[in-house]
Design a protein around this ligand. Structure first.
Ligand code: UTP
Length: 475
């Protein structure tokens, strides 16, 4: 039998960091609760986390000098010269070569809490398609299978989960037989958790025997890739290049040879897609440049006058927004996680339920706490070289963030429908449109077989003629 932890020992761990109040309810806890809580308290690097909170709340040194920010240049999606056309053609060939050689892994971040959507379950299990109600995970799995088939290769898929949804995510894959993928090629890696603090820098309790903890942000990816052994595994399997996307974007082109090829040919450490913002209010990160380094600056951090600034041609000056689609070089992730590069978190004010002095649960209406989160894109300025390639929104981005309105399941389904109609057109197959030019039939394509306009074209002879007002599931 293990000896129960001593309060004194924990107090000396916490006191130097002003966190002794966490033991307020210690005497009330059962030996098992004491043990579990002690383990949780010991698992936090208090010097480091309180340092982060102090640093970002005390001084503004971490803030960027906004007046010196310039819009970052990005490569246009459509080549504008003969030379660019050649470069793109070469890049596509090279990207396909890397895929065929098995040098590319897939990485999806799915550890978030999805609070805005308010869906009960991991967001990846959300039914995203109109007819079969396929989950986001299923769409991605089928896209991987199609790509594997196309390049005659195995593409390992790493999915970052968090303690909030890891079990449910793994159960979902198991219950659904990994949607046809080999279980050995689907790996969930669990990101770290960090405590939340009140405005006086005191950690909050979620219960008398547990801290209020939350996932450490999508930037927790890097540490999770290292700590889980995924990076070493990738190295052993000859993976050099990681295709990264977020779980809430069903339109993402998971393996774009052009993007992968350009990334590799330009020797980028990390590459990003950029899309032209809908309007100044669209909440995307902004591609900016400072002292010749590339940054993505959060929408909420940009001063509002900068968001509105226009070019001489009337376009938004900071118009390149980030849909969070990246290529990561495995070597770069290795360097980052070796501690060679200074990768720091952000602190943001959020609503965090907590228990008060008397042990009552408080569910705040207003932000009451400081949450610490790492952002993946904070790695970008640390890269020796990084590439930004424009993307076509209608082809690649329709995230499911909110329950309704913009960036909701409905807007995402509409974007998927519009892309399907566009693919038919590109494949030279008729598709009925209504008076407003919107799809007049609901057609769902299985990414397992029909994952691009080329796939549609190849299948054209066996496809039915699409009639207005009808529903079709095509595979
Ligand atoms: P969001 O910033 O949209 O957060 O995450 P969210 O948790 O999904 O949703 P809200 O803000 O609570 O409504 C963008 C992507 O990053 C992942 C999410 O799963 C999503 O794919 N993410 C976010 C993580 O993997 N871990 C985190 O700690 C945060």
């Amino acid at each position: 039998m293990t000896t129960p932890p001593r309060k004194q020992e924990l107090a000396s761990l916490l006191a130097p960091h002003g966190q002794e109040h966490l033991l307020r309810f210690w005497e009330r806890l059962s030996p098992t609760e004491q043990s579990n809580f002690a383990e949780q308290l010991r698992g936090v690097d208090w010097a480091q986390v309180t340092g982060w909170v102090r640093q970002t709340t005390d001084d503004d040194a971490a803030a960027l000098p906004f007046d010196q920010l310039k819009p970052a240049p990005y490569q246009s999606l459509t080549p504008t010269s003969e030379e660019e056309r050649r470069t793109h053609a070469e890049a596509i060939q090279h990207g396909e070569y890397l895929l065929r050689q098995g040098r590319v892994a897939a990485f999806t971040v799915a550890g978030g809490q999805g609070t805005r959507l308010g869906y009960d379950g991991p967001k990846g299990t959300y039914p995203a398609t109109p007819i079969r109600k396929k989950s986001l995970f299923q769409l991605f799995a089928e896209g991987i299978i199609r790509t594997q088939e196309r390049y005659q290769v195995t593409i390992p898929w790493y999915i970052m989960t968090s303690l909030v949804n890891d079990r449910e995510t793994r159960d979902f894959f198991q219950k659904n037989n990994y949607f046809g993928l080999k279980p050995a090629n689907v790996t969930t890696i669990v990101q770290g958790m960090l405590p939340a603090f009140d405005d006086d820098g005191r950690a909050l309790l979620a219960a008398p025997d547990s801290l209020a903890m939350s996932p450490n942000g999508h930037g927790g990816s890097f540490a999770a890739l290292r700590d889980s052994g995924a990076l070493d595994e990738m190295a052993d399997h000859g993976i050099t290049t990681i295709s990264y996307w977020q779980v809430d974007n069903p339109l993402v082109k998971q393996f774009d040879p052009l993007f992968i090829g350009l990334h590799d040919l330009t020797g980028a450490d990390i590459s990003s897609r950029a899309l032209i913002k809908r309007d100044a209010a669209e909440k995307l990160g902004h591609f900016c440049q400072l002292n010749n380094r590339l940054y993505i600056v959060e929408y909420s951090d940009m001063p509002s006058d900068m968001l509105q600034q226009k070019d001489s041609d009337g376009r938004l000056r900071f118009r390149a927004g980030s849909p969070a689609i990246h290529i990561l070089e495995r070597d770069f992730v290795q360097r980052l996680t070796d501690g060679a590069l200074d990768f720091l978190p952000h602190c943001a004010r959020k609503k965090v339920p907590f228990i008060d002095q008397d042990g009552n649960l408080v569910t705040p209406d207003e932000p009451n706490a400081v949450k610490i989160e790492f952002f993946l894109f904070d790695a970008i300025p640390l890269a020796n070289h990084s590439l930004v390639l424009e993307t076509d929104r209608s082809e690649q981005f329709a995230p499911i963030k909110n329950a309704d309105g913009e960036d909701s399941p409905a807007s995402s389904r509409a974007a998927l429908a519009a892309r399907t109609a566009a693919w038919f057109k590109q494949a030279g197959i008729p598709f009925p449109l209504d008076q407003d030019g919107q799809p007049a039939a609901t057609v769902e394509l299985s990414p397992r077989t029909l994952n691009s306009p080329e796939d549609l074209q190849a299948a054209a002879r066996r496809l039915p003629i699409i009639q207005p007002g009808k529903d079709y599931y095509l595979e």
